[in-house]
Design a protein around this ligand. Structure first.
Ligand code: NAI
Ligand code: 4PL
Length: 264
């Protein structure tokens, strides 16, 4: 794949796109792909060092420290976009945390709320401040990050699964509500994404259970039809496709990018 010329999609160049948690992980991967295709970027994140590095690498026009669950910080981010970029054409609601791992009878209410706040309310807040600008631009696209956990139950991670199912309902509702304004909304459901995050999870589970790293990896992939992890670049390709003109008739849909996760 690496030496194959990469596709340029119609209608991405010059688009003003906001990405939450754009300084690391999947969000940074999406930002890189959109930058490569000539989009103008605004990113926010809670990690100052990562934000500075990403902003420099991407040439982002707006880069702001903002926690998506803090309304005043989200408002300031979109205000900076309005001032610095004179508007917005697309929003990627990427920010999310794994939330607590533990039984429903053991996790704390505070941990439950924090997971819902960041994974679900954060998407509401960013969308709330972005939509007036998308309308003013004559339309736009919203891409919401859900997860395989957004179509399968996930034992011992109930807040995360609940938030990600919520994202799917939020997305379908946005599509209906905003379609007449030429605003499209879709969700991406990544599965097991390759990277340091999953390696850490596997390492911890391997140590806990006394199983080798390889055996634990195999166990994780046993419910994936293609028996491999999904590169974050493949999630980025889907985001680009949905925002570009290639996605002009796609709205209200959920797109798994996961090698066919059969269950979690
Ligand atoms: N990594 C995976 O296997 C999967 C991830 N996802 C979803 O994809 C999205 C991105 O996940 P990853 O890249 O793996 O995450 P990550 O844990 O690698 O974090 C990416 C970035 O999010 C930032 N961030 C964390 N909390 C934030 C907040 N409250 N406000 C703003 N920025 C914040 C971090 O500083 C970091 O730069 C999330 O919504 C996640 O739930 C979905 C399925 C699988
Ligand atoms: C760390 C981790 N492992 C597996 C999965 C996820 C995740 O975040 C997820 O969102 O859906 C499946």
């Amino acid at each position: 794949m690496n030496d194959t010329p990469r596709m340029i999609l119609p209608g991405l160049s010059g688009k003003r796109i906001a990405i939450s948690a754009g300084a690391g992980g999947i969000g940074l991967c999406i930002a890189r792909e959109l930058a490569r295709q000539g989009a103008r970027l605004a990113i926010c994140d809670v990690d100052p060092a990562a934000l500075e590095a990403a902003a420099a690498e991407l040439g982002a026009e707006v880069a702001m420290l903002a926690d998506v669950s803090a309304e005043a910080e989200v408002a300031a981010f979109f205000k900076a976009i309005e001032t610095g970029m004179s508007g917005l054409d697309a929003l990627v609601n990427n920010a999310g945390i794994a939330g607590p791992t533990g039984g429903v009878d053991t996790i704390s209410t505070a941990d439950w709320r924090r997971c819902i706040d960041i994974c679900l309310t954060g998407q509401f807040l960013c969308t709330h401040y972005a939509v007036p600008m998308l309308r003013a631009a004559g339309g736009g696209a919203i891409v919401n990050m859900s997860s395989s956990a957004g179509r399968f139950g996930y034992a011992f991670r109930t807040p995360y699964a609940s938030a990600k199912w919520g994202v799917v309902g939020f997305t379908q509702s946005l599509a209906k509500e905003l379609g007449p304004d030429n605003i499209r909304a879709n969700a991406i459901l990544p599965g097991i994404v390759a990277g340091p995050r999953i390696e850490k999870v596997i390492a911890a589970r391997a140590e806990q259970t006394g199983v080798s790293h390889e055996a634990m990896t195999e166990r994780y992939l046993s419910n994936v039809s293609l028996r491999r992890m999904t590169p974050p670049e493949d999630v980025a390709d889907m985001a680009a496709f949905l925002i570009a003109d290639t996605g002009r008739n796609l709205s209200g849909q959920s797109f798994p990018v996961d090698g066919n996760v059969e269950t979690l």
